[in-house]
Write a protein that binds this ligand. Structure first.
Ligand code: GLN
Ligand code: ZN
Length: 745
C-alpha cells in the first residue's frame, strides 16, 4: 500500500495564535483598517497552504478561509443578502459583519441573522435568509480570489464551496418560494463560478454537501438530483473536474444517485459514516476518485495506522487502489492548529495527540506507507496510553439496572416532596449563575495567579454568595441559588476538579465567528477524589431558610464539550463521569442540600444527524448516564435539570422556551410528560428587562398547554452574562408575575 494521493477538506482559519480574532476585534473598534485586517487574513491563509504543501498534500483546498462563517460567505457569493444589510451604506465586508453580528451605529440599526449549530459539531453557522424577492446570482469572487492567491505561491488548489443543495437546504424561507424555486438560479450561479475559476486556471471545483448525511426525503432527493444533473454538465463544459464532498456521516439515502451523476471525485466520511464502507462495497464508479475520509477530522488523538491501513485495504479492494485518495473525515477546522504550541504538557502526553498540522503528516504517512512511520506508530499503540483505575473499573463492572432507576415512583415522590418543601403554586427560581461582574472574574484570576490566598479567595466568594442570597430573598424567589461565582465555565470547572481530564494551553477550536473554545481532554478513567461544590452549597444554605439548589453539570454535557477518548466507548466515558457527579450529588444530599440541579445544557449536541440513529447510537447511553447520576437519592430530594433548547424526561426540568415559541410544550404535551417544567419565561441573551405583563402572558400560554400545578417560573438560562441592574429588575417582574398567577388560580 503506497503512494496514494492525499486530500484536505479545510484547514483551521482563526490563526495559530488566534490572530483573526484579535485583528477582527481591533477592526470593529476602529483600531485597524479593513486593509490591515485583510493582510492578517491573507497571512493566515498563506500559513495553512504552506503547511499543506510541506506535507505534500495532493488536493489543497482554497476558499475554506472565512472571516466569520462559510455559509455566510456563500450567501454573499450568491447575493442571498437580505435588503436590510444591502441597504446599509457600508463596505461589502462591513455588510457581511452586519449580517454576522448585527450593526448599530450612525448608518443604521440591524440585528444579526440567526445562528445555528453546524451539524453535530460545536461550530455554528449563519442561517441564510431567503424571501420571494431574493435574486440568487453570482455576485462575489472570493473563491476566485483565493484560488489566484494559491497560484501565486505555486499551489494549484482545489476551490471549495458549499454546494447548492446544502445551501438551499439550510436556508430559511420567509416567503412563498421554496428551495426548488431557486434551483435554476443556483445552477446558473455555480456554473458561472466554475467558468470564472476555469479562466483563472483552476482544474477542479469541489462542492461541499454535508447536508446529504441527514435523513433525505424523496422530495429532497429530487432537489439534489435536479441540481447536479445540470450542474455536472455545465461544470464539465467549463473544463473543470468536479468533486462532491460529504462529511459528518454517510450518504445512504442518495448514494446510488451520487455514484450515477458522473462526479470526478466523491468524498465520503469513513469515521462517522457508519455505512460508508458498506456503500462503496455495493459499487463505485470507474475512473472516479474516492476521497476517503479515514483520519478523524474532529478529534485530537493520533490515528492508529494499523487500524487505518486495514480500513484502507477494504476500501481499496472495493474501489481499486488507483482511485483511493487518503483524506480526513471532515474539515480540520474542528481541531486546533498544532501540538507544537503546547508547552506545559509532557512529551509522553503530547505524542498521543495529532492536531491539524500533525494530521497532515498522518495523511502523508498513510498515503506513502512510510515504513519507519508505521513502525513508530505501532510502538505508540503497543503500550497502553494510561493505566486503568481499578476502583472505577470495578464500579463499572458492578453496575446493574437498579443503578439507573430512581425509586419510589414519581407520584410517591411528588407527595413526599410537597410535604418537604411546601412551595407555593408557580414556584420561582433561577437557572444558577448570577452576573459575573468584573470583580468576580478578577477574584478568580487573582487566586489562579497566586496573587491572593485561598482564604481571601473564599472570603470574597462567600461575601458574594451571602449578598446574592439576600438579594434573592428580597426579590422573593422561592428556590435560591448560590450564584456560581467560583465558576468560569460549567464544564471546565468540573473538569479541573475531577481526575482523568487534562487541559491544553492553546488547543482552541472555533465555536462561532471568531470565538473559540478550548475543550478539556478526557485522558484516562474519570474519578472524583474529593467533594467539589459541597462547601459552597453548604455555606449558601447556611445563609437562608429557603431551599438552596445544589448546582452541577451533568455527565453528557461534560463529555460533549470535551475531546473524548477513542480507546474507550462514549458510553463508558459517560458512565465514569456519571460516577463522579453521582458521588457529588450524594455528598450534597448528605450535607443537607435538598434540591439539586444537574445541568445538561449540551444533551442535544451530539444527537445523531439521522433520527433513525438517535436511540441506538446515542440516547441509549446518554439518558442512562444522566439517570445514573441521580437514581440513588432519597425520595424527598428534588432533582432539577436544565437543558438549553432541549426536551427530555424525568424530574423538574427547565428549558429555554422563550426564544423557540414554546413549541417544546406541544411536544411535551404529546409525549404525556408528567414532570414539572419551567419553560424559560424570558430571554437572558438580551439585556432587555421583560415587563411583568409580558411574563404573565408567557405564563398564560404555558398553562394553556401544561397542567398549572406542574409549572415553575424561571428565566431561560443562567444570568452570568447579564448586568446586575437589569437582572434584579427582571427577576422582580418575574416574581410579581408568578404572584399574579397564584392570585388568579
Ligand atoms: N447553571 C448554569 C448557569 O446558570 C447553566 C448554564 C447553561 O445552561 N449554559 O450558568
Ligand atoms: Zn442554558
Amino acid at each position: 500500500m503506497s503512494n496514494k494521493q492525499t486530500s484536505v477538506i479545510g484547514f483551521p482559519r482563526i490563526g495559530k495564535n488566534r490572530e483573526l480574532k484579535f485583528a477582527s476585534e481591533k477592526f470593529f473598534k476602529g483600531e485597524i483598517s479593513e486593509a490591515e485586517l485583510q493582510k492578517v487574513a491573507a497571512e493566515i491563509r498563506q500559513y495553512g497552504w504552506k503547511k499543506q504543501r510541506e506535507a505534500n498534500i495532493s488536493f489543497i483546498p482554497s476558499n475554506d478561509f472565512s472571516f466569520y462563517d462559510n455559509v455566510l460567505d456563500t450567501a454573499f457569493l450568491l447575493n442571498v443578502i437580505p435588503a436590510r444589510y444591502q441597504e446599509l451604506n457600508l463596505s461589502v465586508l462591513e455588510k457581511y459583519f452586519a449580517a454576522a453580528h448585527g450593526y448599530q451605529g450612525e448608518k443604521g440599526d440591524v440585528k444579526a441573522l440567526p445562528m445555528k449549530k453546524w451539524f453535530n459539531t460545536n461550530y455554528h453557522y449563519i442561517v441564510p435568509e431567503i424571501d420571494d424577492a431574493t435574486e440568487l446570482k453570482l455576485v462575489g469572487n472570493k473563491p476566485v480570489q483565493e484560488f489566484i492567491e494559491t497560484k501565486l505561491v505555486g499551489i494549484e488548489s482545489v476551490p471549495t464551496v458549499i454546494g447548492a443543495y446544502t445551501f438551499l437546504r439550510l436556508a430559511r424561507y420567509n416567503g412563498q418560494k421554496k428551495a426548488k424555486d431557486f434551483v435554476a438560479a443556483a445552477i446558473d450561479a455555480y456554473a458561472k463560478l466554475a467558468d470564472q475559476l476555469a479562466t483563472a486556471g483552476a482544474k477542479w471545483i469541489s462542492f461541499a454537501e454535508p447536508a446529504l448525511v441527514f435523513d433525505v426525503t424523496a422530495e429532497e432527493r429530487e432537489l439534489f438530483k435536479s441540481i447536479y444533473v445540470e450542474l455536472v454538465k455545465k461544470v464539465r463544459a467549463a473544463g473543470l473536474k468536479i468533486a462532491l464532498q460529504t462529511y459528518f456521516g454517510d450518504i445512504r439515502d442518495v448514494y446510488q444517485d451520487v455514484v450515477a451523476l458522473g462526479f470526478d471525485a466523491i468524498g465520503l466520511d469513513f469515521v462517522e459514516g457508519l455505512k460508508s464502507l458498506e456503500l462503496v462495497k455495493s459499487g463505485f464508479p470507474k475512473n472516479t476518485l474516492l476521497l476517503a475520509g479515514v483520519v478523524n477530522g474532529k478529534n485530537i488523538w493520533r490515528a492508529d495506522y494499523a487500524q487505518k491501513n486495514a480500513l484502507l485495504a477494504e476500501i481499496v479492494s472495493a474501489v481499486g487502489a488507483e482511485n483511493v485518495v487518503v483524506g480526513t473525515s471532515c474539515s480540520l477546522l474542528h481541531v486546533p492548529y498544532t501540538v507544537a504550541a503546547e508547552q506545559k504538557l509532557p512529551a509522553e502526553t503530547l505524542r498521543h495527540f495529532a492536531f491539524a498540522e500533525e494530521k497532515l503528516v498522518e495523511l502523508a504517512e498513510l498515503a506513502s506507507g512510510d515504513v519507519a512511520a508505521l513502525a513508530q506508530n505501532k510502538a505508540l499503540f503497543a503500550t497502553p496510553r494510561v493505566q486503568a483505575n481499578a476502583k472505577v473499573q470495578a464500579e463499572l463492572a458492578a453496575l446493574t439496572a437498579a443503578d439507573f432507576e430512581r425509586k419510589p415512583s414519581r407520584l410517591e415522590r411528588r407527595s413526599v416532596q410537597k410535604e418537604e418543601f411546601k412551595l407555593p403554586a408557580f414556584p420561582t427560581t433561577t437557572i444558577g449563575s448570577f452576573p459575573q461582574t468584573a470583580e468576580v472574574r478578577a477574584n478568580r484570576a487573582a487566586f489562579r495567579k497566586g496573587e491572593i490566598s485561598k482564604e481571601q479567595y473564599v472570603e470574597f466568594n462567600r461575601k458574594k454568595i451571602a449578598e446574592c442570597i439576600k438579594l434573592q430573598e428580597e426579590i422573593g424567589l422561592d428556590v435560591i441559588v448560590h450564584g456560581e461565582f467560583e465558576r468560569n465555565d460549567m464544564v471546565e470547572y468540573f473538569g479541573t476538579k475531577i481526575d482523568g481530564f487534562i487541559f491544553t494551553q492553546n488547543a482552541w477550536v472555533q465555536s462561532y465567528g471568531t470565538r473559540c473554545v478550548k475543550p478539556p481532554v478526557v485522558w484516562g478513567d474519570v474519578s472524583r477524589s474529593a467533594p467539589i461544590t459541597v462547601e459552597w452549597s453548604v455555606f449558601a444554605q447556611s445563609c437562608t431558610k429557603k431551599p438552596v439548589k445544589g448546582m452541577l453539570t451533568g455527565p453528557v454535557t461534560i463529555l460533549n464539550w470535551s475531546f473524548p477518548r477513542e480507546d474507550v466507548s462514549l458510553k463508558v466515558q459517560a458512565q465514569e463521569i456519571g460516577f463522579a457527579i453521582r458521588d457529588e450529588v450524594l455528598d450534597l444530599e448528605k450535607n443537607g442540600i435538598r434540591i439539586i440541579q444537574i445541568d445538561e445544557a449540551a444533551l442535544r449536541e451530539k444527537l445523531p444527524l439521522r433520527k433513525s440513529d438517535w436511540h441506538k447510537e446515542y440516547l441509549d447511553w446518554a439518558i442512562p448516564a444522566f439517570r445514573l447520576v441521580h437514581a440513588k437519592v432519597k425520595p424527598e430530594t428534588q432533582i432539577h435539570t436544565h437543558m438549553c433548547y432541549s426536551e427530555f424526561n424525568d424530574i423538574v426540568i427547565t428549558f429555554e422556551a422563550s426564544r423557540s415559541d414554546l413549541k417544546l410544550l406541544d411536544a411535551l404535551n404529546e409525549a404525556k410528560f408528567e414532570t414539572q417544567v419551567g419553560p424559560g419565561v424570558y430571554d437572558i441573551h438580551s439585556p432587555r428587562v421583560p415587563s411583568e405583563q409580558e411574563i404573565v402572558d408567557a405564563l398564560h400560554k404555558i398553562i394553556a398547554k401544561v397542567p398549572q400545578q406542574n409549572v415553575w417560573v424561571n428565566p431561560d438560562c443562567g444570568l452570568k452574562t447579564r448586568g446586575e441592574t437589569e437582572t434584579t429588575a427582571s427577576l422582580k417582574n418575574l416574581v410579581a408575575a408568578a404572584k399574579k398567577l397564584r392570585a388568579e388560580s
